[in-house]
Design a protein around this ligand. Structure first.
Ligand code: UDP
Length: 480
């Protein structure tokens, strides 16, 4: 009876720690302040679930989780776009999701489903259970603008977006974006991934609301455009920045990273990391190593095994590595031992960004990494690899001016002298200083948004109120 009296929400993430981490933060917030219970129903393709499991196990008792039976993806051609694997993992899990939701409705009072940014192909499930479906948009508001424009752009242009002579203006006031900087599944219209992302975008309007992991003062123009509710855009709730607070699965390297940082001068260290899934080619790894060495600056670098086929080789298993340090140039560790710390595969990013010795972050521009940098006031070197990271790079460099963006040569390699230049300019130069100051302003705005009367707290309370009311009306319906 106790379980029956609490309102229950089911959360359905798509693969990728970059989705699961902010989703768990949102749910922790809701569970702390409002009386709901939750179940994460996690679709999987059978690849390692270790990182997800340790994250989910660290959650409070009112937040349950269950992995759905692994789907079979053996028919997908090797080298298929990452997005296809992610979307098929979700859509092929729909029958199992339906079964789990049926079981949940037998034992709890289910009042809503929450999906992440790529969850829209399963939104119809909510209708079957007569509950509203919400999306937690784990990317920027700007990115959401681009998603709502995509069907229109698809009809307007027959060429590839990268061949457009002018940048695209998604909505008035949004920073213009070159076609080549739009999300990577739209970069090849003949690829199945393009059809899939278009399909994802076309279904967003079915959501009862979209919670965005961003805040009004960070992206005023994109939010204004979205909140005018034109073109069938559902209600938009800015609830961010929700960044990870727990230590879970950063623990391994924690002591060693923090002890090392403690010994470095304030603001002197560049943190180098490409998110949970990013990987570099062998040539690029070598170039980065020499770049850091030539710069003569202090660095803390999370190194992964290089991969010459994919920039997202670690996406389904971020901690997978044999011995990445063997791929570093000969003698690199000896030569840089005084100035650098190299950590294999995974580091406690939030703790590193919050340490006073950290003066800059060379990042792949995943949205969580950007939000974490804002929350801790750390300026950036933007080195986008895949997904929507190029578009995020445009915002940090051109809109907020808190980052230097790397320029690859015609072979796609960022060269060592260039890298050394970016690092010195960020850590020691006047540009870095100005960027740090602008980051501090964003940091203050983020704090304000999350304060008691802040815009994001208000949106979160509003959504909680709606869900509570939903639960009560459900109850009265059931009594009739
Ligand atoms: N992360 C971490 N340690 C690492 C790499 C990543 O703690 O070595 C965390 C990081 O703090 C962030 C998330 O993993 O919360 C990565 O999300 P992001 O959106 O930046 O990139 P993605 O992994 O989705 O590409």
């Amino acid at each position: 009876a106790a379980a029956q009296s609490t309102l229950h929400i089911a959360i359905i993430p798509t693969p990728g720690l970059g989705h699961l981490i902010p989703l768990t933060e949102l749910i922790k917030q809701l569970s702390r302040r409002h009386n709901f219970s939750f179940t994460f129903l996690v679709p999987t393709d059978g690849s390692s679930t270790e990182s997800q499991t340790s994250l989910l196990q660290s959650l409070p008792a009112s937040i349950a989780h269950a992995f759905l039976p692994p789907v079979d993806l053996s028919d997908i051609p090797a080298g298929s776009h990452l997005l296809i694997r992610v979307i098929l993992t979700l859509t092929r899990s729909i029958p199992a999701l339906r079964d789990s939701l049926t079981t949940l409705t037998g034992s709890t009072r289910l009042v809503a489903l929450i999906f992440d940014v790529l969850g829209s192909p399963a939104l119809d499930l909510a209708g079957e259970f007569r509950v509203p479906a919400y999306i937690f948009y784990t990317c920027s508001a700007m990115n959401l603008c681009s998603a709502f424009c995509l069907p229109k752009l698809d009809l307007m242009y027959s060429c590839e977006y990268r061949d457009l002579p002018e940048p695209v203006h998604f909505f008035p006031g949004c920073v213009p974006v070159q076609g080549v900087d739009m999300v990577d599944p739209v970069q090849d219209k003949k690829n199945e991934a393009y059809k899939r992302i278009l399909d994802v975008a076309k279904q967003y309007h079915k959501a009862a609301g979209i919670l965005v992991n961003s805040f009004l003062n960070l992206e005023p123009a994109p939010f204004e455009a979205l909140m005018q509710n034109g073109d069938g855009i559902p209600p938009i709730y800015p609830v961010g920045p929700l960044v990870r607070t727990g230590l879970e699965h950063g623990l391994a390297g924690l002591g060693c990273c923090l002890r090392w940082l403690d010994k470095q001068p304030s603001g002197s260290v560049l943190f180098v990391s490409f998110g949970s899934g990013g990987t570099l080619s062998s040539d690029q790894l070598t170039e980065l190593a020499f770049g850091l060495e030539i710069s003569g600056q202090r660095f803390l670098w999370v190194v992964r095994n290089p991969n010459d086929m994919s920039l997202s080789a670690a996406y389904f298993d971020p901690q997978l590595c044999s011995d990445p340090l063997q791929f570093l140039p000969n003698g690199f560790l000896d030569r840089t031992g005084e100035l650098g710390l190299v950590v294999p595969s995974w580091a406690p990013q939030v703790q590193i960004l919050s340490h006073s010795s950290t003066g800059g972050f060379l990042t792949h521009c995943g949205w969580n990494s950007i939000l974490e940098s804002i929350v801790h006031g750390v300026p950036l070197i933007a080195w986008p690899l895949y997904a929507e990271q190029r578009m995020n790079s445009v915002e940090v460099t051109e809109d907020w001016k808190v980052a230097l963006r790397v320029k690859p040569n015609e072979k796609g390699i960022v060269e060592r002298e260039q890298i050394a230049g970016y690092v010195s300019r960020l850590i020691e130069g006047w540009e870095g200083k100005a960027m740090r100051e602008r980051m501090k302003v964003l940091q203050g705005a983020a704090e304000a948004a999350l304060g008691n009367d802040g815009s994001s707290s208000k949106s979160r309370n509003e959504i909680a109120h709606i869900l509570m009311t939903e639960g009560k009306s459900h109850e009265s319906l059931n009594k009739i």
